[in-house]
Design a protein around this ligand. Sequence first.
Ligand code: ATP
Length: 426
Amino acid sequence: MKNYLNQLDQTTRTFLKNIGREADRSKLRVYLVGGPVRDILFNKKNLDLDIVIEGDAIEFARHLAKSLKANVKIYREFGTATLLFPHRHVDLVTARREDYPHRGALPVVMPGTLRDDLGRRDFTINAMAIALNQGNLGMLIDPFAGQEDLKAKKIRVLHDQSFADDPTRLLRAVRFEQRLGFHVEPKTLGLWKMAMKQKFYHNVKPPRYFAEFKKILGEKIPLKPLKRLYQLKGLAFFKIALNPDWKALENVQASMNQTNGKGLRVQPGLIYLIALLGNVSDASKEKISQRFQLTREERTSLLQSTKALKALQCISQKSCSPSRVYRLLGGFSLATILFLRGKTSSRSARQRISRFLTQDQHVKLNINGTQLKLLGFASSRRMGQALEEVLYQKIDGRIKNDRQELMAAQQLLKRRGNKNGAFRKG
Ligand code: ATP
């Protein structure tokens, strides 16, 4: 019998073996399932380990946490647990059976066998398991010929009702197809199209459907599944005619790949969402935000983009100084700014935006209000204005040190004081 765990690195193999050994002691049957099995067979790295137990997963997770010295998080309402190790998370779940009371409803879940558990999954390539108990360690369990489909690069549902049972699988099919470079096989594609025609996606609560869509936006190369969805009319769930600016989306993707998203505290998916809905009216953006229960950050970023695109026109002009860029971009979310950087075709505009992000937005003054008071500034509002102006001069490189900051403030006081007495005391 082939041991499929041999394809894993030594550490992961030993780790899974230990889980199997503990399960033997507890007289439980345990299996590696779903995504990681697919990726082992497909020779792809996957650090997520999903484990199914024929028995009480929570009790077993507690036991494992003690013996393997890990922290454990219990999700009692879902009957699942996560073991937290310094470098990886392991999800444990009780093998379950699912019944769908009506189309798109959340399923009624009850404990079951591994076979039941695999039978409730989305696609054949995700419905395989590898045994972890000593007796059959490394054995592949593949009741739906997932391995064959994996070799033939096919996405196939397990049964004809699959998309009706759970329409979020419509999105998952395209996500896996495009991520893996597979194709949805003809019968499944027929069921897919039929499900779209009959608008099965209406049977799922919009935020749940959208959560699956966000996984597409969060893919490494989201443009492929987005284009495929568009081509298949799979974006109909937005309930508005979308006319995506593909060029902008491509630019956004290229610019995200360049920075690799590193060091950016932003969900890359949000930038794609802004770009996807770039041509949509504010009223529709508002509706979308409500229907899919977008977070405040998501809604704000979406609604800002119209104003941001106007700012981009200024930023694209040669005469736009760094301090002007600072003023133009200051109020926008990071996602909106990254969208603008991706959207523009002007190299110098891109450079100006990058300079704002890496340098100018962090510029601080060394002088403060107390020093300005000593110079003779009257009100805190005036002081605020003066500090702002000095900051702009510093951003534009006209101020190099603390002394020059003070001098600039002094000059402002003189200039304005002479003009209309606005800055001076008394
Ligand atoms: P990824 O690499 O994106 O994490 P994954 O296959 O691990 O891919 P998840 O969304 O984490 O995907 O789901 C884990 C497993 O749970 C899947 O492999 C699949 O077997 C099952 N699954 C997830 N969502 C569904 C669904 N809507 N219907 C049926 N099975 C599902």
